[in-house]
Design a binder for this molecule. Sequence first.
Ligand SMILES: [Cu+2]
Length: 643
Amino acid sequence: MFLLAVAVFFPAVAYSQNPASGGCPRPIAGSEVIAPAEITSHNGVLQVALSLRSSLQPTGQLRYCYVDESGNQSPTLRVHPGDLLILKLKNELPNISISTLSPLQVRQNPCAKFNMPLQMQPSSTNLHFHGLMIPPTCHQDDVLNTLIQPQTASYDYRVRIPRSQPPGLYWYHPHPHGHSEEQVLGGASGALIVEGIERFDSQLAGLPERLLVIRDQARPSVQSEDDPKYGTGLKPPSKDLSVNFIPVPFPNYPPAIIKTKPSQRELWRVLNASADTFLDLHLLTNRKWTLLGLVALDGVPLNYEQTGSKTKNRSNRTDNIVQWVSDIPIPPGGRAEFLFDSPTEGGQAQLLTAGVDTVPSAGEDEDAFFAAPSAKPSTPDDDDYTPPRWLLRVVSALDAPGPVSRLPTAFSPAQKRPIPALGSVHPNRQRTLYFSEKVFDPKNPRVSTVFYLTEDGQQPSPFNPAAAPNITVRSGEVEDWVIENRSQEIHTFHIHQAHFLVLERDGEPVEENYLRDSVSLPYWDGVSPHYPSVKLRIDFRDPAIVGTFPYHCHILQHEDGGMMGTIQVLPRAARKTKLLDNLSGRTYQGEARIPGARLNSAPVEIARTCAKPSLLTVDGDGARLARSSSSFAPEVFAAAGRF
Ligand SMILES: [Cu+2]
């Protein structure tokens, strides 16, 4: 491990650009951390209008930002399960076309079936609600066909947060294939919190909470790498990092500052909104390594899968969610929520990220790395070099400001999930997919590497928006996917619209009984007979998730470079409509009528069916069950005379 010298100073919050100027102003390095503005739902509805803007800095970086009507950048959206989110997105990016299409050929209908890759302009955009279990359809969470062109009318997203959405930290970001990296790297991202995490562990109730959005950003093109203040002695990172937009730049990595009350337990919600950069969070408290109390990953409480069996008696703390860990790796796109115990008065803590090996040549031995920086010219360029660096310095003081928000103290414990735990379900089938890369020009790997994510047995090809889905499953199914990394570079598997369990790593079972939406695979060393692998159990049982959506590497440079495929979830197989008259014992199939059946009371209580109420009608002559539609499979159990 490493230590960095840190100067003690508290610059006032200052912006490197006037917020009124209409660009994407950002705080200066070393500022005190400020929580993003929060927009909460009212009466079950959260309405927000965001504009996506960009501005070019004198240092050569292109910034992107979501700005709300009050001028806040990247507001945090706070919703409850069941809420309706209405987000109006205006694309205010400059209309720069790289294609030869005329303006008329660039489609104006954001939901049109997408057939022409050239229509994806650098200034096209869309939104992905990362981790939400919402349908992959236009105006909800479709990134394959939705393209909002610059300077067109606002586009409405209308999203119903599922009642079964696990409570925790999610996020929104653009996902236009080929241009996702640039927009996210520029800062286009924001957090979305689904309320209710305290329902999964009573010890979370009432805790102060702190949201930290870590982003990466292009390094200034004009900065000299032989800066006399050369901090760590390590070579420059491929990207700088920021904390709630406060940059922590090479070479000295001045940490962002948090002032907090002494000896206070807080819930920290950390989003790695980096386009390409991995985090591996460590905490030093008064110069000693300190454990972090992990409570949720990727928005899902760690005990979500076991919920119900341990929540009957809250007083005995058997609902303990917390896993105390020495570090928390977070891939690009991942989230971690953990307990942080602030130092005693006058004490300090430092949050830092350790170095992450992204390719074999950037091994643990930094000397060897510097001695032979291009030892493997045939492997991809290490353009994700990720050295260790500071992120935050926490100072405890009695006069520190109170938290922006606290978790509720009153809550109802989480209810048992109505479906079997994913780990207990027998999978319908197993597949193998693999990450691979091809370098077409070994002398210029950075611009000639094509990235693939392929089902074993298929021909590797980079993502093609016009191609048919690569994989087809049926709603209601569960699949085991073995993901292999056959490339000499780290990758992060992410699938939209679904969560998964990690069952095995490198063929060995792992005890990870929690759900994720992203998982990292280390690089292949080029010689081992077995590729690094994970075995995932992926859940396609959610009846709302029908349609086509992507799975991809969440290093967005790789995704833009082709490392993405699509999966189509077909509607549930139509089962025969069944109506059981449990007075006569007779079963009716298909369209049926039970003479004489009537209801004792209104409104109709159909507690034991999964039929749409409209399929079951009751009148003076009895009950009638309509034939089910192909996309819906009712199974109705009813008693004549007393449903
Ligand atoms: Cu990748």
